[in-house]
Design a binder for this molecule. Structure first.
Ligand code: ITT
Length: 193
C-alpha cells in the first residue's frame, strides 16, 4: 500500500518510516510535487492535522495522513501547544523557540509538560484520528544532539535522558508520535491494508 505522509518535516518522515511496516510505502509531499506550505490556521492540533490531510486529499487526490504535534507546558497554561512551531514569531527556528521556553520557565518550579501528537488519516473515504501523549519535565538547559524541535529540553517521566540523547528507535518506543503511530499501524493491520 502507498500513502502520503503530509509533512514538510524530514525528521518526522524518518521516525515514521522506521516505525511503520515495510508493506506501507510512505510518499512525502516532495514525492507528489507538493512544495507549497500548507497554512495551519486551526485553533487546535486536531484542527491543524485535518487541515493538512484535507488539503492533500482535495488538491492532489491522495489518501494520506498528517501529524500535528505540540509541547504543552503546565506552568505556561498549556503553551506553546498549537503555537509550538511559531512560538518565537514568524521567523521561528528550533533554537529561538527553545530559548524562549527556557526564558519563560526560568523561575518556574513546576516543570511538568507533555508532547501531544494528533494524526489525521484519510483513506478510502474513511477519516480516523489517532492521538499519542507522553508526559515529562522541561529541564533548565539543553542536553543531547539527536532529534529535533524541543527534544533537547524534554525528559520523559521515569527516564533520565532527554529525547535528544536517544536514538530514533529508542525515542519511537515511548514518544507521543510513536504512540500515535502504533495506533495508526494497528488500524492498518486490522483493516487489512
Ligand atoms: P509539518 O506541519 O510540515 O508536519 P512542522 O515541523 O511544522 O511540520 P508541527 O507543526 O507538528 O510540525 O510541529 C510543531 C512544533 O513542534 C515544531 O516546532 C516542531 O519542531 C516541534 N515538534 C514536533 N514534533 C516534535 C518532536 O517529536 N520532538 C520535539 N519537537 C517536536
Amino acid at each position: 500500500m502507498k500513502i502520503v505522509f503530509a509533512t514538510h518535516n524530514q525528521n518526522k518522515i524518518k521516525e515514521v518510516k522506521l516505525l511503520l511496516s515495510n508493506n506501507i510505502k510512505i510518499l512525502s509531499l516532495n514525492d507528489i510535487n507538493c512544495n507549497e506550505l500548507i497554512n495551519e490556521t486551526g485553533n487546535s492540533l486536531v484542527e491543524n492535522a485535518w487541515i493538512k490531510s484535507n488539503y492533500v486529499k482535495t488538491k492532489y487526490g491522495y489518501d494520506c495522513f498528517s501529524d500535528d504535534t505540540g509541547l504543552e507546558i503546565e506552568s505556561l497554561g498549556g503553551e506553546p501547544g498549537v503555537k509550538s512551531a511559531r512560538y518565537s514569531g514568524i521567523y521561528s527556528t528550533d533554537k529561538k523557540n527553545i530559548d524562549l521556553v527556557l526564558k519563560l520557565m526560568k523561575n518556574k518550579t513546576n516543570r511538568n509538560a507533555q508532547f501531544r501528537t494528533c494524526i489525521a488519516l484519510i483513506i478510502n473515504d474513511n477519516k480516523e484520528l489517532f492521538e499519542g501523549i507522553v508526559k515529562g519535565k522541561i529541564i533548565h538547559q539543553r542536553k543531547g544532539k539527536n532529534g529535533f524541535g524541543y527534544d533537547s529540553i524534554f525528559i520523559p517521566n521515569g527516564l533520565k535522558k532527554t529525547f535528544a540523547e536517544m536514538d530514533l528507535s529508542e525515542k519511537n518506543k515511548i514518544s507521543h508520535r510513536g504512540i500515535a503511530l502504533k495506533k495508526l499501524s494497528n488500524y492498518f493491520h486490522n483493516s487489512n491494508y
